[in-house]
Each structure stands twice: as structure tokens, then as C-alpha cells.
Design a protein around this ligand. Structure first.
Ligand SMILES: NC(=O)c1ccc[n+]([C@@H]2O[C@H](COP(=O)([O-])OP(=O)(O)OC[C@H]3O[C@@H](n4cnc5c(N)ncnc54)[C@H](OP(=O)(O)O)[C@@H]3O)[C@@H](O)[C@H]2O)c1
Length: 273
């Protein structure tokens, strides 16, 4: 698995998302198994959040990483309404309890909320000093938010980025690359939806003998400073996603994909789901 440097350490460029895990007890076993399979295949960065299934996804992650915590780079996120002096340490304790660990490697503000950014940053820094988190970062921040944040200590920005949602290429992605702040692309395969049925994407995939989802991951990962965090429960999906790190797209593929999915020509409002 290829890696890049994030938060003073090397992390795999393909991690594992967990949104919609932990929602149904009937799926618990297969979700835990999928994350373990992904860890075995080198996708050792796991992204979760207190929001996902209101703690349910963190519980699934806690079980998946039991006995192998040291192999995993754990990312979780705090709700904006908890991102205060008082709320952040309390939310972090609850997450740690569900994750059954004593530290989170990277703790993110899920999106901007009502609390001043300075207050959130101070609370993050206190958690970092106490060892409860390794580093902190943000999610769903546009360039103006990052300028206002004005914090070189911010380790990442997790944003919506895939072939259909290329708005960040106009300004946010270059800004993050200039500031050596890796971007974590969420919904990297368009939530497994209509994007994967695009005829050009299918042609490129067929040319390489791979799947459209693998091409969509390789397309993101050909760029510096980009990590993708696909979520997969089906074992076949987990396997295919891990393999996508090896796929090299050619100039002709990139041109065809540019024709099918247009790059932004002007500033676009940051897309979110
Ligand atoms: N910061 C934020 O605001 C934010 C917002 C959204 C998401 N996220 C994070 O980003 C992660 C990824 O986003 P996402 O879960 O919304 O969407 P996604 O990863 O783009 O897509 C997940 C869907 O694609 C399917 N899939 C996975 N691998 C596949 C493959 N190789 N071929 C075909 N289908 C495949 C999955 O099916 P199976 O599960 O059935 O295998 C699932 O239905 C989330 O899980 C979460 O951790 C963050």
C-alpha cells in the first residue's frame, strides 16, 4: 500500500470509511469483518465519527481494532455542537470509550458550527497535550474557512471529492497542496451510485481490466496529497478497493475522464453531503 505523510507519520493513501456502519445489529459481524479484512490488506487508516449511527460506527471500529490498535491510524470527528472548551474533551472521552482505546490519532471538527474556531482549536490543543489525540484537523472547510482558521497545526481537511464533484480542484485542493495539508476525499466512489455507471468510466475500467470504482479511486490518488476513504462492507469491495492503489492511469484515460466529468472553470461553493 502506498503511503503519504500526515501528522508526522506515514498513512496509507486508501483508508476505510464507516458512515452507515453500526446502524443495524444484524450487520454488525460483517462490518467488523470488513474493517479487519481492510486492515489486513493495508487500509489501516480508519475514518469514523461520533455522528455515525450516534456512536454505533465507533463501536464497530472498537471491535475491529481490538488486539491490533497499534496497526491502525484512527480518525474520528466531533460534532460542531460539541466543539467547545467543555464539549470537546467530553465528546472525546465518549468516543475513546466506544473505540476502546486511550487515544485517537487524528480528531476532526466535522463541519463548522456555532463555536469560535479559536475555542475549538484551544480545546483540540489541550487534548493533544494530554495525549488523548495525536493531531487534529477539520472537515468541510473551504479556503476562506482555512484562512480564518490560520492554523499550521491543522493536519488535514476532509472534503467531498470524486469524479462528479470536482469543485475543490479550482482553489481548495491547490491551496491544501501548497500548504502541505493532505486532503481526505470522502465519498470517493460517489457512494456506489450512478457515477459508477458512466459509460466513459466503464470504458477506461474495461481497458485496464478493473472496475469503475477502482478507476475512480486511482483517478483521485494519482495526485499529491490526496487520501481516499471508501466505505465497503462487501468483502469483494474491500479487496478491490485495496488493489486500486496499484492502478496507474494513462494520459489518454485522464483526457477521456476530463471529457466525461468536467473540471471546474470557476469557484464553486464547497459541496457536502
Ligand atoms: N466528513 C464528512 O462530512 C463525511 C461525509 C460523508 C462521508 N464521510 C466519510 O467518507 C467515507 C466514504 O464515503 P461514503 O461512505 O459516503 O461513500 P463511498 O465510500 O463513496 O461509497 C460507499 C458505497 O459504495 C459501495 N462500494 C464500496 N466499494 C465499492 C466497490 N469497489 N465497487 C462498487 N461499490 C463499492 C459500498 O457498498 P458496500 O458497503 O455494500 O460494500 C457503499 O454502498 C464515509 O464512510 C465516511 O467515513 C465523511
Amino acid at each position: 500500500m502506498r503511503t503519504l505523510q500526515l501528522a508526522n507519520t506515514h498513512v496509507p493513501i486508501i483508508g476505510q470509511g464507516t458512515w452507515q456502519m453500526g446502524e443495524a445489529s444484524t450487520r454488525h459481524k460483517e462490518e467488523v469483518a470488513a474493517l479487519r479484512q481492510g486492515i489486513d490488506l493495508g487500509m489501516t487508516l480508519i475514518d469514523t465519527a461520533e455522528m455515525y449511527a450516534e456512536g454505533g460506527a465507533e463501536r464497530v471500529v472498537g471491535e475491529a481494532i481490538a488486539g491490533q490498535r497499534d496497526k491502525v491510524f484512527l480518525v474520528s470527528k466531533v460534532y460542531p455542537h460539541n466543539a467547545s472548551h467543555k464539549g470537546i474533551p467530553e465528546a472525546c472521552e465518549r468516543s475513546l470509550h466506544r473505540l476502546k482505546t486511550d487515544h485517537i490519532d487524528l480528531y476532526l471538527l466535522h463541519w463548522r458550527g456555532q463555536f469560535p474556531l479559536e475555542e475549538t482549536v484551544e480545546a483540540f490543543e489541550r487534548l493533544r497535550e494530554s495525549g488523548k489525540i495525536g493531531r487534529w484537523g477539520v472537515s468541510n472547510f473551504d479556503v476562506d474557512d482555512l484562512l480564518e482558521l490560520n492554523a499550521p497545526a491543522c493536519a488535514t481537511n476532509q472534503v467531498l471529492y470524486n469524479l462528479e464533484q470536482r469543485g475543490i480542484e479550482f482553489d481548495l485542493l491547490p491551496w491544501c497542496q501548497r500548504h502541505i495539508m493532505p486532503v481526505m476525499a470522502y465519498c470517493p466512489i460517489g457512494q456506489g451510485g450512478k457515477m459508477l455507471a458512466n459509460a466513459t468510466l466503464k470504458q477506461v475500467a474495461a481497458r485496464h481490466g478493473v472496475t469503475p470504482a477502482q478507476v475512480s479511486l486511482a483517478w483521485l490518488l494519482r495526485q499529491d496529497g490526496v487520501i481516499a476513504i471508501p466505505k465497503a462492507v462487501r468483502p469483494e469491495h474491500v479487496r478491490l478497493n485495496a488493489q486500486a492503489a496499484q492502478l496507474q492511469l494513462e494520459a489518454g484515460d485522464l483526457e477521456a475522464l476530463d471529457q466525461a466529468f468536467h473540471a471546474p472553470k470557476r469557484k464553486q461553493r464547497l459541496a457536502m453531503v
